[in-house]
Design a protein around this ligand. Structure first.
Ligand SMILES: [Zn+2]
Length: 278
């Protein structure tokens, strides 16, 4: 699933391509991704509006519309946005679920934004205001923003929850997912099984630094492609070359050469070095 660096990369690439475009036509090939609306309702809501901004909140993509309205997308496992020029015919692609034709009248250009999803687990939701999107209200402060502080992490570390699943809680660190949570625990030298209410202040500080460091580095490399993640231009991310533990079972720890182990936490794989992480 795309995490903060991947979704942020997609948001930036979409912003360059779709900002200022007016929605001239909306196609719904399959309504499965739509939430709280029908295909006809979705088309009516969007037609004629202009996309004024593309933002990321946690792992969500938020499109702002004029005159009023929001479109919220969550890519889940295999969702992706594809931008195509008018000569392409991706609207008929078997994995295209929803598409929009966007036009720029003054510049006399147009193109299509396709939402493709092989497994069709991603979601698209429309709303008048952000208050109508409860999923966003549940997100904690963005890990790359100034509001994400060691004090914030300490304030959320009140129960005996194991570190790695806690880090993946979108209330604690929105945008954090399975890949970066393992990487952050390794870089911070902390066992993913440590109960968070037992972390010392200096460990929380280390954790906070590594959350920002790992996510920032991954963003600088346009994210990590280990399976499905593709950028808007279909390129892959580059951070997979810099992973230290994720997916590296049996390979030597880059710090101490001990073989990396894989364990399961809440049915998800966690990768760790049993020597460096305590
Ligand atoms: Zn090690």
């Amino acid at each position: 699933m795309p995490e903060l660096p991947e979704v942020e990369t997609i948001a930036r690439e979409l912003r360059e391509r779709v900002t200022g475009g007016t929605i001239r036509q909306v196609g719904v090939n399959r309504a499965t991704p739509l939430r709280n609306t029908t295909a006809a309702g979705f088309q009516r809501f969007l037609a004629g509006k202009t996309l004024t901004a593309v933002e990321r909140q946690g792992k969500y993509l938020l499109f702002r519309l004029e005159p009023g309205g929001l479109l919220l997308a969550h890519l889940r496992m295999t969702g992706k946005f594809v931008w195509e020029d008018p000569s392409a015919t991706g609207t008929n692609h078997p994995h295209t679920r929803v598409w929009m034709e966007l036009g720029w009248e003054v510049e006399r250009r147009w193109g299509r934004l396709l939402y493709q999803d092989t497994r069709c687990l991603g979601t698209l939701e429309t709303a008048q205001t952000q208050d109508d999107l409860p999923a966003l209200a549940r997100l904690g402060p963005d890990p790359l923003s100034g509001a994400f502080t060691p004090d914030w992490l300490a304030s959320q570390a009140r129960r005996a929850t194991p570190l790695k699943p806690w880090l993946m809680n979108q209330r604690v660190a929105p945008g954090m997912g399975n890949i970066y949570a393992s990487e952050v625990c390794h870089r911070a030298g902390l066992s993913p099984q440590r109960p968070v209410n037992g972390l010392a202040p200096k460990e929380i500080t280390r954790l906070h630094q590594q959350v920002r460091q790992v996510l920032g580095e991954a963003l600088a490399h346009n994210g990590t492609t280990v399976s499905d993640y593709r950028r808007v231009d279909d390129k892959t991310g580059g951070f997979q070359q810099f992973l230290r533990v994720y997916g590296k079972t049996g390979q030597p720890c880059p710090a101490c050469r001990t073989p990396i182990q894989r364990i399961l936490q809440q049915q998800r794989s966690t990768f760790l070095c049993p020597v460096c992480q305590t």
